[in-house]
Ligand binder design. Structure first.
Ligand code: ZN
Length: 151
């Protein structure tokens, strides 16, 4: 039973990795951030069109592994129409889920990534675009890395 569920989730991830949604540049984006995961080689730009507090449109460009690409694809679909605060909350749920495996019902389809917690090296792949989206929504327009600065 659990294996079937895992297979189903893997299908969601593979399908989004093969045909990512909102995979395009956004010329009229108001908020942009880059996310990089040097360990895996994932590198994405997340584009948001914000209207006040609300994400009216979201898209991404870049390249990386299947998990990072599927995650970015589901991210852009998940945050459309959400407020800045809701994006931050969803980030927290997603982060909690990929590190603990506990899927909160509020994450919806993103539950496909709950199994990632069993593969610590892939957690950064799954959360990368979320770091970028959170940063973009906050208007920081920066490059975020999954690696903490060496200090
Ligand atoms: Zn990756």
């Amino acid at each position: 039973m659990f294996d079937d569920l895992t297979d189903l989730y893997q299908e969601v991830i593979m399908e989004h990795a093969k045909s990512p949604r909102n995979f395009r540049e956004m010329p009229d984006a108001t908020n942009i951030a880059n996310g990089t995961n040097p360990v895996c080689g994932d590198n994405y730009t997340v584009y948001l069109k914000m209207n006040g507090e609300v994400v009216e449109d979201a898209s991404f460009q870049g390249d990386g592994c299947a998990i990072s690409k599927a995650s970015a694809s589901l991210l852009t679909a998940a945050i459309k129409g959400k407020t800045r605060t809701e994006v931050a909350e969803l980030f927290d749920h997603m982060h909690d889920m990929v590190t603990t495996g506990n899927a909160d019902e509020r994450v919806g389809k993103l539950a496909a990534f709950a199994g990632v917690h069993k593969f610590p090296a892939r957690v950064k792949c799954a959360i990368l675009s979320w770091h970028a989206a959170k940063s973009a929504a906050e208007g920081k327009n920066e490059t975020v890395s999954t690696e903490e600065p060496a200090e």
